[in-house]
Design a protein around this ligand. Structure first.
Ligand SMILES: Cc1ncc(COP(=O)(O)O)c(C=O)c1O
Length: 352
């Protein structure tokens, strides 16, 4: 009999990402403006036929990254976007029916992977005022929990953890021998990091991406940081040559070009300040600005705004249903001021 895994057959996935051309894309937390055109051209200028023809070599870029992070390459595994790293961690460190604890709402792939591999995903919800009670996370850590997933900061809520809160969680996780995955996709927009726990300790992994501040979502590149023994396990799961040569070339150029990261952060900060001022002056409740996105409570129906933004303004944004006291709300990626001006002009017109 032809076999099909029922977990795959029953899995619900959304493939909506192929029709986003020609829109101002503020729905997936990309950088709408991207890297400077001259920079892109310069990086591509020495691409040779051999560079394209050969399988990618990861050692050099891993060394560049390790130097940047003040660590050793044995602590790092490059992946084809951090979504791939997250998948490997779930595969390696949880079992069939294994218990995974994570906060909701959050990046949806944690739940998708859990379902894909037959894991139990236990949800820790946010409070009605959109705050997260750390004690609720701790209470969910039963003796049979295998993995705790935290985000620093969380997408879409933008909440973060203090050192003291993280230490409290870590202590319980260590007592119960639970691996921790910290998703730092939005690092740089919010500078505080827990990566030292992954680089200096054991059983803590941090995933990061080049898709967000580095503006390279189209290249697909991320990494997992952890202790060498854990990283070896993640590496075993990688498809051969999973990280592509162009991605590593661009990432190296961004990391080593003086002022490039600072200028990306600065452009973003100006856009964020503009957007928050506009929302405040128009009386909007908002939350979540620790990442490159913001959560907005609209004055009228969220889904109608999303649909009309798309149809009439060619702007893509996202809606989240029933989020505590915000109800049905909007999540909008933050980018350079000119894109935020386009968005606020549209919101001012459609949300009244
Ligand atoms: C919290 C979080 N983690 C991971 C990812 C995946 O990023 P990528 O696979 O592009 O590295 C995203 C993408 O939006 C995200 O929001």
């Amino acid at each position: 009999m032809y076999y099909l895994d029922p977990k795959v057959e029953n899995l619900y996935r959304i493939f909506d990402q192929n029709e986003r051309k020609d829109y101002l894309r503020l729905d997936l937390n990309e950088n709408p403006g991207g890297l400077p055109q001259e920079f892109i051209e310069k990086v591509l200028s020495d691409v040779t036929p051999q560079f394209v023809a050969q399988y990618p070599e990861t050692l050099h870029f891993t060394e560049v990254l390790a130097e940047y992070l003040h660590t050793d390459i044995s602590h790092l595994c490059l992946v084809n976007g951090s979504a791939e790293g997250i998948r490997y961690i779930i595969q390696a460190f949880t079992s069939e029916n294994g218990r995974i604890v994570g906060v909701v709402p959050s990046y949806f792939m944690f739940q998708i992977y859990s379902e894909m591999y037959g894991r139990e995903f236990v949800k820790v919800p946010y409070n009605d005022d959109l705050s997260m009670d750390v004690q609720n996370i701790i209470d969910a850590l039963t003796d049979d929990t295998q993995l705790l997933i935290l985000l620093n900061p969380n997408n879409p809520m933008g909440n973060v953890y203090s050192d003291e809160e993280f230490e409290r969680i870590l202590k319980v996780a260590q007592e119960k021998q639970i691996n921790i995955l910290i998703d730092e996709a939005y690092h740089y927009f919010y500078p505080k990091t827990f990566i030292k726990y992954a680089l200096e300790g054991e059983h803590v992994f941090v995933t990061r991406t080049f898709s967000k501040l580095f503006s390279m979502a189209g290249c697909r590149l991320g990494y997992v940081a952890g202790c060498p023994d854990g990283i070896k396990m993640v590496q075993k799961l990688c498809t051969p040559h999973n990280t592509n040569a162009f991605a590593m070339k661009f990432a190296e150029a961004v990391l080593t070009t003086p002022g490039m990261l600072d200028s990306l952060i600065q452009n973003f900060e100006i856009g964020r300040k503009y957007l928050i001022n506009w929302l405040d002056s128009d009386g909007y409740q908002h939350k979540g600005e620790a990442g490159n996105f913001i959560f907005i409570k609209p004055k009228t129906d969220a889904q109608t705004i999303v649909d009309r933004m798309k149809a009439e303004k060619k702007i893509l944004i996202k809606t989240y249903p029933n989020v505590g006291e915000f109800g049905n709300c909007l999540r909008v990626s933050i980018g350079e001021q000119k894109y935020m001006e386009q968005f606020t002009a549209a919101l001012g017109e459609l949300d009244k």
